[in-house]
Design a protein around this ligand. Sequence first.
Ligand SMILES: C[S@@+](CC[C@H](N)C(=O)[O-])C[C@H]1O[C@@H](n2cnc3c(N)ncnc32)[C@H](O)[C@@H]1O
Length: 222
Amino acid sequence: MKPRTLTLLDLCCCAGGASRGYADAGFEVTGVDITDRPRYPYRFVQTDAIEYVRQHGHRYDLIHASWPCQHDAAITRGTNQHLRDTYPDLLGPGREAMLATGRPYVIETPAARPDVILCGTQFGLPILRHRRFEVHGWTPMAPPHTPHRGRVRGWRHGQYHEGDYLAVYGKGGGKATVPEMQAALGIDWTDVHEELTEAIPPVYTAFLGEQAAVQLLAGAAP
Ligand SMILES: C[S@@+](CC[C@H](N)C(=O)[O-])C[C@H]1O[C@@H](n2cnc3c(N)ncnc32)[C@H](O)[C@@H]1O
């Protein structure tokens, strides 16, 4: 018998880096973002993510949310501390709304509980994009971190370094170009710098999604 198709709700989906990984793992994906994302490759709803998950979240097999990170990003905790209160902190209300659905979920944001931390090196990518994943209602494998082999390419303290890794954020100073970002992340359907800067490499969520799907189909998750 063919297994049923599982559904995945991707909150704050941006251009769909995370979505692509879940789609690759076999989920039928719906993305929600407050900003129109015309390059998003799956079913898309432009609205507030908390409102949407409150109303519709219970209909999905698995929910993912990348709650906006500016409030808890390292740069806002450091250099830009004065701006911290200007960024909304959606993690608390977002988590509450996700819990209320009764569905299993994955939260990805800098202040998420680090049940799993993934890095590009674990997947052979030339990037050190560490991302924390908080997981509820299913049990992921937490692979050990792979030691970094060398430097990130670019200028630091007046000196240019060749490197094994690319900086896939910001511009200039040896940071990755848009084509380099696309190749490094495994994303070819957007060339918008901001969307690439924000994206989760699809291999991260394919890794999580494949495990979640096995557990959901086996009835181990609610
Ligand atoms: C870090 S990005 C998500 C990146 C995405 N997970 C990926 O892998 O490509 C955060 C997104 O949250 C969206 N966003 C911010 N506040 C929102 C809200 N209240 N409801 C829905 N989306 C929101 C932003 O427009 C942005 O696209």
